[in-house]
Ligand binder design. Structure first.
Ligand SMILES: [Zn+2]
Ligand SMILES: [Zn+2]
Length: 345
């Protein structure tokens, strides 16, 4: 194996290239993984379209992709506790281990954070080199297509466990894959009421078929009326904001009961204008910004949820395509006519 297939951002501008490149060399404290499944992330689509948010971040040429499952085929010097043949995925936040946040046990918000497939070459390839300290050994019971989706699933787990959701009335704004997984988790761990909002018809149907109790299209239904009716006029205890849409955020805050919690995971374009006095301060609302996954606490929780069978990722994974059909996967993502799209190598 001297060369391999890879999908890369070869130069600035729209699109990716699919070509043969050299298999990367494994270095000190790194492992080489043979990729079996890789799933497409919303951020990969931003890179594909060369959206503003990614232009200053990515330095082409760069192999994209960070959500994967595979098998360790080579171990670098200094690596302990990982062996050739291990069935693995990876936390995608590569932390420095030296900064203040890393030293106080918060490596997921490391100040020198690098992201696999963004700042270093990623997993849209037959092989990927991964630092050993972010390798996650998968439970053999978890199918590899599910294992490849654990990274975004971990976002949903992290957000859903930021506040206690048990017997709470929960509103989830935005039912893209992470929002949908969050709704599934909230139902699995015993929230009293779970209401999800979404405007994309495909994703509304997907959420309904995944068994989400209350799915509302705020463009077609009066969301306020519906939420107030379902919550006996109190509003919800918790909002999980997954859309990155300023009007959904505003509506979420309006529907949050006084003293409630809002968890923000959706990414916004630019600045957001909010009437903080009325929507946050006088209501005594608690705001939680959530990014990445707690390393590795979230992974452990995610594994337990999957092993329990209480969350079924087959309801979220709508497409498994051969690696060569990556372009079709990007188009599906672009149109929003999918849940998670997984590529099989
Ligand atoms: Zn991702
Ligand atoms: Zn650090």
């Amino acid at each position: 194996m001297s060369t391999m297939r890879a999908i890369l951002k070869e130069k600035p501008g729209y699109g990716f290239s699919f070509k043969r490149v050299d298999v990367p060399k494994v270095g000190h404290n790194e492992v080489l993984v043979k990729v079996k499944y890789v799933s497409i992330c919303g951020s990969d689509l931003h890179i594909y379209r060369w959206d503003e948010s990614m232009r200053n971040r990515i330095k082409p040429p760069r192999i994209i992709g960070h959500e994967f499952a595979g098998e360790v085929v080579e171990i670098g010097e200094g690596v302990e506790n990982i062996e050739v043949g291990d069935y693995v995925s990876a936390e995608t936040h590569i932390y420095c281990g030296k900064c203040y946040q890393c030293r106080i046990g918060k490596p997921h918000i490391c100040r020198n954070l690098k992201i696999l497939g963004v700042d270093v070459d990623g997993a849209y390839a037959d092989y990927v080199v991964v630092p050993a300290n972010i390798i996650w050994k998968n439970d053999p019971i978890i199918p590899p297509e599910f294992a490849s989706v654990q990274e975004p699933f971990g976002n949903a787990v992290h957000a859903s466990f930021t506040v206690d959701l048990s017997m709470k009335k929960v509103l989830i704004t935005g039912l893209g894959p992470i929002g949908l997984m969050s709704a599934m988790i909230a139902q699995a761990i015993g929230s009293a009421i779970v209401i999800g909002t979404e405007v994309n018809p495909y994703r509304i149907r997907l959420a309904e078929s995944a068994g989400i109790e209350h799915v509302v299209n705020p463009l077609e239904e009066d969301l306020t009326k519906k939420v107030m009716k379902l919550t006996d006029g109190t509003g919800v205890d918790v909002v999980l904001e997954m859309s990155g849409n300023p009007s959904a955020l505003k509506q979420g805050l309006e529907l949050l009961t006084n003293g409630g919690d809002i968890v923000l995971l959706g990414i916004f374009d630019g600045e957001v204008n909010l009437k903080l006095n009325e929507l946050v301060i006088f209501k005594g609302v608690k705001i939680h910004g959530v990014t990445g996954r707690l390393i590795f606490e979230t992974w452990e929780l995610a594994t337990r949820l999957l092993k329990s069978g209480k969350v079924d990722l087959s309801k979220v994974i709508t497409h498994i395509l051969p690696f060569e059909e990556w372009e079709k996967g990007m188009e599906l993502m672009d149109r929003g006519e999918c849940g998670k799209v997984v590529l099989k190598l």
